[in-house]
Design a protein around this ligand. Sequence first.
Ligand code: PRP
Length: 208
Amino acid sequence: MLNIALPKGRLGEKVYAMFEAAGYECPSIKENNRKLIFENVEKQVRYFWVKPSDVAIYVERGAADIGIAGKDILLEYKPNVYELLDLRLGICRMAVAAPADFHDDGERTLRVATKFTNIAADYYAGIGREIDIIKLNGSIELAPILGLSDVIVDIVETGTTLKENNLSVFETIVPISARLIANKSEFKFKGSQIEEIVRSLGKQVEGK
Ligand code: PRP
């Protein structure tokens, strides 16, 4: 059995459709219930729905052989996994945003609110800017509006959330998309099955 961690939600449904098209269908997954594990013994696959930010943990520790994780999570937590394929789904970017009238006074420590403290720290270390990181867990856009921070580092997809809160992008840090990842030791044992999946999903990505 190949254990596959799918990110719960709309992205996961698109990813499952790609696995299905690749010949790894598991019809019971479409039943409308709250079950989290589904398997197709004939195809030797077992899928489970995981909170998107937890996929890399399941894969790193071998509870899943492969999974689909956002590049944001891979950059933030640097799990010890193989990154095999860019699925070109869930496309967005990690960006620095602030109120439109913000001017960076290089003399002062920059206050940065974010959920992605490592990505923010790496980015500002790279440009040699001293910062004070304020770790938040959600609604990051509130921080500069209420004076809690000068800027935010967050995911921007359509830009609607920023716009509706009168914030603008100042810098794009890195483009983000969903990646197929694999557990390093399981890749040795189940390499041929995993490679076959990578080839088939890769063809679908190229055909898009
Ligand atoms: C993300 C991000 C922004 C929003 C950006 O939040 O933190 O708030 O999406 O999307 P947009 O550019 O299309 O408006 P998400 O919905 O993932 O939830 P979160 O509040 O838990 O971070």
